[in-house]
Design a protein around this ligand. Structure first.
Ligand SMILES: Cc1ncc(C[n+]2csc(CCOP(=O)(O)OP(=O)(O)O)c2C)c(N)n1
Length: 281
C-alpha cells in the first residue's frame, strides 16, 4: 500500500519491476511481510545472496520466510528518521550514478506489442514512462509489425534503451524472418511469445459464434519458435513455468543477441477488452 511513497519516476525508483530487486546488493524490507506479493522472499525475486535489513514493529515477523541479515524491531517511521540522521552523519552519500542509470534503463525499456489477446493483456498491465516507449498495432490492428518495430522504431532509433517485443505466436509468424535481419545487424531485441498455439483473439470470437468445435483455421500448434531464432543466430529459450520467465529474460538480455523467449500460455484465457471478430448481438 506504500506504492507511490517513492514515486515510480524517481531517479532511484524502480517502480514495480522486479528487475531492480534481482540486481540489488541490499534490500530494506520496511514493515511488510514476505507473503505472495513478495514471492515469499524466495527466488526468483529474492536471490539467496541478497543482503536484507528488515524493519518490523512485530519482532516475530523478522526472519519469517526469509533470513534477515539485520533485523530491526521498531516503528518504520521512527527507524527511517534514524536512518536519515545516520546518513547525515555520513555526509549524505550520493547514490552510485551507474545504479541510477541501470534503474533508468529498466524503467524506459521500450515495449512493443503485437498480437491479439496477448497484446490486450500486456497493454492493460504494463506501465509506460516516456513518449515512444510503448508501441503497438493500435486501431489498424496490422499484426506482424512487432519484430520490425522492435528493430527499427525502438532499437535503432534509441539504441541505449532495452527493447522487449511481446507478441502472440500467430503474429510472431508474420515477422519471424526479421530475426535474420536483427542477427545480421546485431540488434539485441528480446521477444517474448505468449504462445497459446492459436490465433487466439479470432478463435475466441469463433467459439461463441459457431460453437467450441467449429473454429476453422485458427489452431496453430505448439511450435518451438525459439529454435527458429537460435537457428538464425539468435538466443532462444522455451519457458514452461511463470517463475522461469524472469530468469529467462535476464539470460536473454545477457546474451547480447536477438532473443526469443517462447512461453506456452493458457489457450482458454480470453482478453475481454478487445474483440477481433466477436458476434455483434
Ligand atoms: C495482418 C493481420 N491479419 C489478421 C488480423 C486479424 N486478427 C486479429 S487478432 C488475430 C489473432 C492474433 O493471434 P496471436 O498473434 O497468436 O495473438 P493471440 O490473440 O493468440 O494472443 C488475428 C488473426 C490482423 N489484425 N492483422
Amino acid at each position: 500500500m506504500a506504492r507511490g511513497a517513492v514515486p515510480d519516476d524517481h531517479p532511484l525508483g524502480a517502480g514495480f519491476f522486479p528487475g531492480g530487486l534481482t540486481r540489488a546488493d541490499l534490500a530494506l524490507i520496511l514493515g511488510t511481510r514476505y507473503d505472495w506479493t513478495l514471492g515469499y522472499g524466495r527466488p526468483p525475486l529474492f536471490l539467496p545472496d541478497l543482503k536484507v535489513i528488515q524493519v518490523d514493529i512485530e519482532p516475530e515477523e523478522i526472519g519469517r520466510n526469509r533470513r534477515a541479515d539485520v533485523g530491526l524491531p521498531g516503528d518504520v517511521k521512527a527507524v527511517l528518521r534514524q536512518f536519515g540522521w545516520a546518513l547525515e552523519e555520513l555526509g549524505n552519500p550520493k547514490a552510485d550514478p551507474a545504479w541510477a542509470a541501470t534503474l533508468k534503463g529498466m524503467r524506459e525499456a521500450a515495449i512493443v506489442l503485437d498480437g491479439g489477446d496477448i497484446a490486450g493483456f500486456a497493454m492493460t498491465t504494463m506501465d509506460a514512462y516516456g513518449p515512444g516507449s510503448c508501441t503497438w498495432v493500435g486501431g489498424f490492428g496490422h499484426l506482424g509489425v512487432g519484430i520490425p518495430y522492435g528493430i527499427a522504431a525502438a532499437k535503432l532509433a534509441r539504441p541505449e534503451r532495452p527493447v522487449v517485443v511481446i507478441t502472440g505466436d500467430g503474429s510472431f509468424g508474420f515477422g519471424a524472418m526479421e530475426f535474420d535481419t536483427a542477427a545480421r545487424y546485431g540488434v539485441p531485441i528480446v521477444c517474448v511469445i505468449g504462445n497459446d498455439a492459436a490465433w487466439g483473439q479470432v478463435r475466441h470470437g469463433q467459439e461463441p459464434a459457431f460453437g467450441p468445435d467449429r473454429t476453422p483455421g485458427t489452431g496453430l500448434g505448439w511450435r518451438s519458435y525459439e529454435k527458429v531464432v537460435a537457428a538464425l543466430g539468435g538466443y532462444g529459450e522455451r519457458v514452461e513455468r511463470l517463475d522461469g520467465v524472469g530468469p529467462a529474460l535476464e539470460r536473454a538480455f545477457a546474451s547480447g543477441l536477438p532473443a526469443c523467449v517462447n512461453v506456452p500460455t493458457d489457450p482458454t484465457a480470453v482478453f475481454r477488452g478487445m474483440t477481433a471478430m466477436w458476434p455483434i448481438t
